[in-house]
Design a protein around this ligand. Structure first.
Ligand code: TMP
Length: 417
């Protein structure tokens, strides 16, 4: 189900890899364990009772002391994680606003063609095409179930993992912009990814990668964004180490509040007629994601898990009913870290049809439609999808008016109202 990961995927720090049976001298290089949640289920492995269940795998973060890349100690087979992927790009207003912002900030109105890697169900490309009908677009995504949704939106998709071959197929439209949103940190072999990127476009093409920024993870205690799909937790220093010998270089960095804090990295072909933005050096001088920082994060996360476990346990003992909202991958991490079961959380509301009437991975908590919050009126609702909290709270006024309360996990537990 998984392989162990021992060498930094950005700078190759780690023990020498030698064929089995051959002894190599110990080079003393070891990635440092900094966070460990033990064995955990796969965060998006939503199954109904009669379906084959996936197994558990270690969820442990290792830090590279050379380039500061934090990365999981195992790589779960992509075929297991992504063959039938239930994650749909959100159709929320927050996400549409983000698409609009990207459209403006990346100057898409002036472009002819865009390739999106990890295009999911085609929502972003369809949104952009609606704003600029002459824009040529192609998506690349390995999930067959999602690409058929994209085809229904008239978004052509190369159904494949992203590799050189997929890149060459998509390159038929000669992209001015290649976009990869929240896919890079799902990829094991970064060197191949960058080489495949470079297969596309020409000297002026921009390659834009949107990823969660490790600073936000550490500052905001987003331990629930650590799960098997997210193989790496990216710093700019690690990105620089990776790109050092590649055909592409880092040109610009922007930040966005989406998904709890993301960075948008713009890469250009090395040697292109551009001045590297001073912002890259500014980030490099501010980063301090060392072992100490990770150890503080691990301790704070542990306390946070204890607080939420205690709070929900006390409510259960007091005879209060508690449900959850948002069966995100993050909810799986929290539920299993807190050892919640159906006795603690009666159900989780979620608007994704593919998740409804299934169980939260690793637990016996059922996932139901959003209307259950009003129908069942539990006393408390844990907002597992905290990244959409304002939107979800706003549309559930009726629940609040009837005396319901949201528990919002974050740096501290917030009870609304
Ligand atoms: P995400 O944070 O990974 O996007 O997951 C959020 C989950 O919450 C996803 O399964 C969809 C669900 N959700 C709702 O059920 N209602 C909503 O209004 C929003 C914004 C998300």
């Amino acid at each position: 189900m998984y392989t162990n990961h021992v060498r930094c995927r950005a700078c190759n720090y780690g023990p020498a890899l030698v064929p089995e049976g051959i002894k190599a001298a110990d080079n003393g290089e070891k990635l440092i364990p900094v966070f460990d949640l033990g064995l955990q289920p796969l965060a998006n492995s939503f199954r109904s009772a009669d379906e084959m269940q996936d197994g558990f795998a270690p969820l442990k973060v290792l830090l590279c002391p050379r380039c500061s890349l934090a990365q999981l100690s195992v790589v779960v087979k992509p075929e297991i994680l992504y063959a039938n992927y239930p994650y749909l790009t959100s159709g929320s207003v927050t996400m549409q606003n983000h698409f609009d912002r990207l459209f403006d900030d990346l100057g898409v109105a002036e472009l002819n063609s865009v390739v999106e890697i990890g295009s999911n169900d085609g929502k972003l490309l369809a949104h952009w095409k609606a704003k600029k009908p002459t824009l040529k677009v192609v998506g690349i995504d390995p999930a067959r179930n999602l690409s058929s949704l994209a085809f229904q939106r008239n978004i052509g998709t190369v159904v494949s993992v992203f590799d050189k071959e997929a890149a060459r197929s998509a390159n038929a439209i000669q992209p001015d912009l290649v976009l990869a949103r929240h896919v890079f940190c799902h990829v094991h072999n970064w060197e191949e990814f960058i080489l495949a990127l470079a297969e596309m476009g020409g000297p002026e093409t921009r390659y834009v990668i949107e990823v969660p920024y490790v600073r936000e993870l550490l500052d905001n205690l987003e331990f629930d964004t650590i799960y098997h799909e997210h193989l790496s937790y990216l710093s700019i220093k690690a990105m620089e180490a990776l790109l050092a010998k590649s055909p592409l270089e880092l040109d610009d960095i922007r930040e966005y509040p989406i998904h709890g804090g993301a960075i948008l990295l713009t890469l250009r072909r090395r040697g292109a007629e551009i001045m590297r933005h001073v912002i890259v050096d500014r980030y490099l001088s501010m980063e301090d994601f060392d072992e100490e920082r990770w150890k503080r994060f691990a301790l704070d996360s542990c306390n946070h898990i204890m607080d939420l476990t205690t709070k929900v346990g006390e409510l259960a003992v007091a005879g209060k009913s508690v449900c959850g909202y948002g069966a995100s991958a993050k909810s799986t991490v929290t539920i299993n870290a807190c050892h919640f079961s159906h006795r603690h959380i009666r159900f989780i509301c979620d608007d994704t049809p593919q998740k409804q009437w299934k169980f939260s991975p690793g637990s016996d908590i059922p996932i139901v439609d959003e209307g259950a919050l009003i129908r069942e009126r539990p006393d408390y609702c844990v907002l597992f999808a905290w990244n959409w909290s304002s939107e979800i709270i706003a549309k559930n006024n009726q629940y609040l008016a009837a005396g319901g309360k949201f528990i919002v996990p974050g740096k501290t537990l917030e009870i609304v109202p």
